[in-house]
Every structure is written in structure tokens, then in C-alpha cells.
Design a protein. Structure first.
Length: 623
């Protein structure tokens, strides 16, 4: 810039500055050169009254390409009309339409269309293509199609703008249809065309068309750009052909973060987490997106401890998390009951001023609910400016989990008054709340309203809740009758709810029927045999109890070892039954014995044997 200013001074001295062509070279350098200064362009334009339209165009383009200030590009156009004798040409309007597309300023775009008509550029192909582009970018597909249809001449850019516009707006069927029309009129596609149609196949999960278009790319020798190769990998992943995605990925000579991330997400989608992690570790560079994908993959696979470990690793590598990261980590805390980590994440969100949108706020509510802190859950809930149905469902489910049935119903009525519609999960929480609160009449009413008022068809889980509700209330015959009249076949959860109720209410007859159904479904589930034997034992039917235990031995059924986990100082520890692997195991069992003695002193009879004690890290915390 120093040298440019020296040249400018010489032009001033010699009078060459008044030459429009020479002055335009100065402007072009400032606007387009990496060594230039985009801010200086405006000063040059204002200083040189003889500036040509080329100088104004190149300055507007400089703002666009550098993403310096797109709004300034539109302001410059107004300034050109107001302060100079220049008039726009067929290069000016496409630049203005690109500014509007970048800003999604549809009203301004319509205003510029008026300028196009005023200056008589409406028949210019370059201008019309830019018009199509701005309208598809702003989601006005009908208007874009109208401009396209009314064009006397259409080139490949016209077709590409329309095809990719429909693809980006989720109109994949229309994008493929337009491509077929383009083929019929003999226009040859390029890599941009194929990017749109391949992306459409990914949206539609249409593998056959995707393979067809891949073959077309090879037959016509279309340039396989990195973007197009990435789109093919993504298409194969979303269409369920992981092998083809791997093959495409391995053939790529150049890969970007998008390439690696797409493949990692493919392995995650198919549940191949270890391979996904190995590929993730091989990535030469990683932004926040692959980290989010990997953390989310672990959460979906219920490997939440590994998800949090990966989050800590992400922090150690100075990768800045975003709202998606926080939602995934809070979901991991919810699964583990890791309250301390969840509280730390909330402090992190506040400290780094992350946007607490509806998704993140709902994740916070859900974490506090599942970690047992309803007060904090209600605080977060009340502070959220926007809530959706899922947010309300979380808080209703929280009341259900904590036995506050009346509060759950009150919040449900509040939710309805806010104009939000419940879904099947909302009613699952409500019915669960009625179970815990023993609200039989309310439960019956809500179960009926699901279909009659809210047009939600009850699923197996809803029937399971109703059986549990009726069973807990001792209405065992009504519960069994409900199972018989279900529109779908009862599963083990439904029969299990009935069996448990029979154990509580000592009903041998119905309990037998429920237990035999469960044993028929899963003869290796030890819990069903144990419950049935206990029902017989409590009814003094010792022979039948012995026969049940013999049947268990005959079927070679073993009790599944229990497992528990607990969070201490942000770390999650897991323990198996009869576990003596912990380095403080001796002290833990000694402490458990002392606790047992203390319980007996205050009136609780509890004396488990050492082998049957579930090693609890609560005791580790006490030592």
C-alpha cells in the first residue's frame, strides 16, 4: 500500500489521476489484491469523480470476496447512483444480487429487480442467472422457477442454480426432476450439477439413483472435485451402503475435514464405534464438528463415560466446544447421573457465554432431573425464555420420577394453556406420575384423552404404565383384561409389570399366568423365576416354589451379576457384584459392616453376606 500511495502521488502530480482507466487500476489493486486495502477503495472512488463503473463494480466485488462487509457493497451502489455520473451495467446487478443472497435480504433483492427492469437488463443471461440464485438462496423457489421459465436463453449455470437451490431447500424430488428435464434438452452436466443431484439422493436415501449418478459421473468423465467426492461419500452413508462409502473415501486423493467427518459419522451410524474412533484419531486436523460427532456417538451407544473422557481430551487440545458439544455432554451426565460434571458444564456455559437455546436449556433441565436435583431443574426451566414441547415433557417426567404426580399434571395443563401440543413421551411421563402417585382415575382419564383428544395412538410403553398403575392399585383383573384387549402383542415389560404387582398383592393365580408368559418369552431371564418362586413361598406353596427353582436349574439359568456406578469428584466409577478389585476393597467391606451394624441399631434388619454385597463407591467416598 505504501508503494501504491507513492504511485498515486505521482499520478496526482502528472495529472494522470484524471484518466478514468488509470485511476481504475488503483481501485482494482486496493479491492482485489491481498496486499491492498479495501477501506481505501471508497476514498479513491470519492476522490476521483471520473471513476468508471468498473471501479465501483470491483469495489463491490472486493467487499463480497473478502467478506469484509457485504452490506457496504449495497451501500456503495446507492452512493454510486447519488454521487457519480456512472450507471450500472450487466456486471453490477449480479454483484448486488450476490450481496442480497449472502444477507438473505429478500425485500432488497426485489428492489434491485426493479432497478434491473428500469435499466433494461432483464433479458441479460448473466443478470437473470443471478436473479435465480438470489431467489433460491432466500427460499423463494416459486419465483426463481418463474424467472427460469421466462428466460429466453438458459445455460448450464441457469440449470445448476435451480437444481442446487431446490436441493439446498430440501426439495430433493424436484431437484432430481429438474435434472431429468435438463438431460432431455441436451444440456451436459458438470461437477456442480452432480453435486446437487447426489445431495438430493442423500436426502431421499435413494441408493439406486445415487449409484446411477455416480456411474454417470464416471462415464462422462466429470471432474471429481473434493466437494463432489464428499457428497458421494455422504450419499452412500445416508443410503446405508457403508462399504461403497469406504471405497469412495479410500479412493480420494485429497481429503478435507468434511471427508473425514462424514466417514466417522458413517461408522457411528452403523454402531462401529471403535473403527470410528480409530479413524477419528487418524484425522490430520479436527474442528469441533468431528469431536461432536464422536462424543454424540458414544452417548447414543450408552458409553457416556468415554464420551466425557473425549470431552476432556477435546479441552486439552484447545478445541472450543459449542452448544452441540454441551448438549451431548449433558446427555452423558444424564445417563451416568454425574451431577458434579453437569454443574461444571453449566458454569462453563455461563463463563464462555454460550447461547442457551431451547436445545441446550432442555438438556440442562433433563440432566438435573435425571441426576435428582429437581430444584435446579425448575430453576433452569423458569429462566428459559423459550421452551418447546420437549422442555415441558422433561420437567413433567422429572415430577413423575420424583413422585410429584399432582405437579406433573399441573405442569401438563400449563403446557396445554401455552398452546403446545403433547406427544407420546409427554403422556408416558404423565402415566408414570400417576403410577407413582396412585392416581388411578386420573391415569384412566389421561390414557383415554391420548387418542380421543390429542389423537396420539398409545404404544406398548403406555399400556405398560397403565398395567403398572392398575396393578399397584390392586386392580389385577382389570390389568390382565387390559393386556388381553391390547391392539398389539404384549411384551416382557407389560407382563413384568403385572407379575410384580401380583407379587406385591400376593395373587398366585394371575401371577402364575404372567410368569409363564414371561418364561415362554425369555427362558433365560432369572428374575421371572425368582419372582414366581417368591410368590409361591409367600403363599406357603413350598412344593411349587421348589419346582420353580428346579426348572431354573434345568434351563441352566444363572442370575445376572449386578453392576452400579457412581460419580465422585467428577469421575465415574463402576463396580460389579462381588467385586474386590478396588485397591481399598478391604476397607470398603469393613465400612459396610459398620454401616450394617448402625442400621440394625436404629431398627433396620439388614445383614448381607460379604459375597452378596454390591461394592459401592459411596463407601469409598466415606472412607
Amino acid at each position: 500500500m505504501t508503494l501504491l500511495k507513492l504511485i498515486q502521488s505521482q499520478m496526482l502530480v502528472t495529472g494522470l489521476i484524471s484518466d478514468g482507466l488509470a485511476a481504475s487500476r488503483l481501485v482494482a489493486f486496493c479491492a482485489m489484491s491481498e496486499a491492498g486495502c479495501i477501506r481505501y477503495c471508497k476514498d479513491l472512488l470519492m476522490f476521483t469523480p471520473q471513476s468508471k463503473v468498473f471501479s465501483w463494480n470491483v469495489t463491490i466485488r472486493g467487499h463480497l470476496e473478502r467478506d469484509f462487509d457485504v452490506k457496504e457493497g449495497l451501500f456503495l451502489y446507492k452512493l454510486m447512483l447519488a454521487t457519480s455520473a456512472c450507471r450500472p451495467d450487466h456486471y453490477t446487478f449480479p454483484l448486488l444480487f450476490k450481496c442480497c443472497a449472502r444477507l438473505l435480504w429478500l425485500p432488497v433483492a426485489y428492489g434491485i429487480v426493479g432497478q434491473v427492469l428500469r435499466w433494461g437488463f432483464d433479458s441479460d443471461l448473466f443478470v437473470r442467472n443471478a436473479m435465480i440464485h438470489v431467489f433460491v438462496s432466500c427460499g423463494e423457489l416459486g419465483v426463481a422457477c418463474k424467472v427460469f421459465d421466462e428466460s429466453c436463453v438458459r445455460d448450464l449455470v441457469s440449470w445448476n442454480s435451480l437444481i442446487n437451490g431446490y436441493a439446498r431447500n430440501g426439495k430433493a424430488v424436484d431437484a432430481v426432476r429438474i435434472f431429468r428435464e435438463m438431460e432431455m434438452v441436451g444440456i451436459q452436466p458438470d461437477d456442480v450439477t452432480m453435486l446437487g443431484v447426489v445431495s438430493s439422493c442423500a436426502q431421499l436415501e435413494d441408493l439406486n439413483s445415487g449409484v446411477e449418478f455416480h456411474r454417470l459421473i464416471e462415464e462422462k468423465n466429470i471432474d471429481l472435485t473434493v466437494s463432489l467426492a464428499n457428497a458421494l461419500v455422504d450419499m452412500y452413508v445416508k443410503c446405508g451402503d457403508l462399504s461403497a462409502a469406504e471405497d469412495m473415501f479410500n479412493k480420494m486423493k485429497k481429503r478435507t475435514v468434511v471427508s473425514w467427518t462424514t466417514m466417522v459419522m458413517g461408522y457411528i451410524k452403523f454402531g462401529i464405534l471403535d473403527t470410528a474412533k480409530r479413524l477419528f484419531d487418524e484425522m490430520p486436523e479436527k474442528d469441533v464438528v468431528p469431536w461432536n460427532a464422536m462424543i454424540g456417538g458414544y452417548v447414543q451407544a450408552n458409553r457416556s463415560k468415554e464420551a466425557l473422557d473425549l470431552f476432556h481430551n477435546m479441552q486439552a487440545r484447545n478445541v472450543k466446544p459449542d452448544e452441540v458439544t454441551m448438549v451431548n455432554c449433558l446427555s452423558a451426565c444424564s445417563q451416568l447421573g454425574a451431577l458434579e460434571v453437569g454443574i461444571w458444564i453449566q458454569h462453563y456455559i455461563a463463563k464462555h457465554k454460550l447461547c442457551v437455546n431451547v436445545s441446550l436449556g432442555t438438556a440442562l433441565v433433563d440432566m438435573y432431573v435425571k441426576c435428582g436435583n429437581m430444584d435446579k431443574a425448575l430453576q433452569v426451566f423458569s429462566e428459559m425464555p423459550d421452551k418447546n414441547s420437549l422442555t415441558w415433557t422433561c420437567i413433567i417426567g422429572g415430577f413423575a420420577t420424583h413422585g410429584n404426580a399432582h405437579d406433573a399434571i399441573s405442569y401438563f395443563l400449563w403446557m396445554i394453556n401455552c398452546g403446545l401440543q403433547p406427544d407420546a413421551v409427554t403422556f408416558l411421563g404423565l402415566l408414570s406420575a400417576c403410577c407413582h402417585g396412585g392416581l388411578v382415575d386420573e391415569g384412566r382419564m389421561l390414557f383415554t384423552q391420548m387418542s380421543s383428544k390429542f389423537n396420539i395412538k398409545p404404544k406398548l410403553k403406555h399400556y405398560s404404565c397403565m398395567v403398572d398403575l392398575l396393578g399397584r392399585a390392586g386392580l389385577l383383573k382389570e390389568a390382565e383384561e387390559l393386556i388381553k384387549n391390547m391392539p398389539m402383542k404384549a411384551d416382557a415389560v407389560v407382563w413384568g409389570a403385572l407379575l410384580f404387582a401380583c407379587r406385591v398383592h400376593k395373587n398366585v393365580e394371575i401371577g402364575e399366568r404372567a410368569a409363564f408368559k414371561l418364561i415362554e418369552m425369555d427362558p433365560l431371564d432369572s428374575g421371572n423365576y425368582v419372582l414366581l418362586a417368591n410368590i409361591y413361598g409367600e403363599a406357603n406353596m413350598w412344593e411349587r416354589a421348589r419346582e420353580t427353582r428346579e426348572l431354573m436349574k434345568k434351563n441352566r439359568v444363572d442370575k445376572v451379576p449386578g453392576c452400579s456406578s457412581i460419580e465422585i469428584d467428577g469421575n465415574v466409577y463402576e463396580f460389579m457384584i462381588r467385586d474386590k478389585s478396588h485397591q481399598q476393597a478391604t476397607h470398603i467391606y469393613d465400612c459396610l459392616s459398620q454401616l450394617t451394624s448402625h442400621l440394625e441399631l436404629v431398627g433396620h434388619v439388614y445383614s448381607p453376606s460379604e459375597d452378596d454385597i454390591l461394592l459401592s463407591s459411596n463407601v469409598v467416598h466415606l472412607i
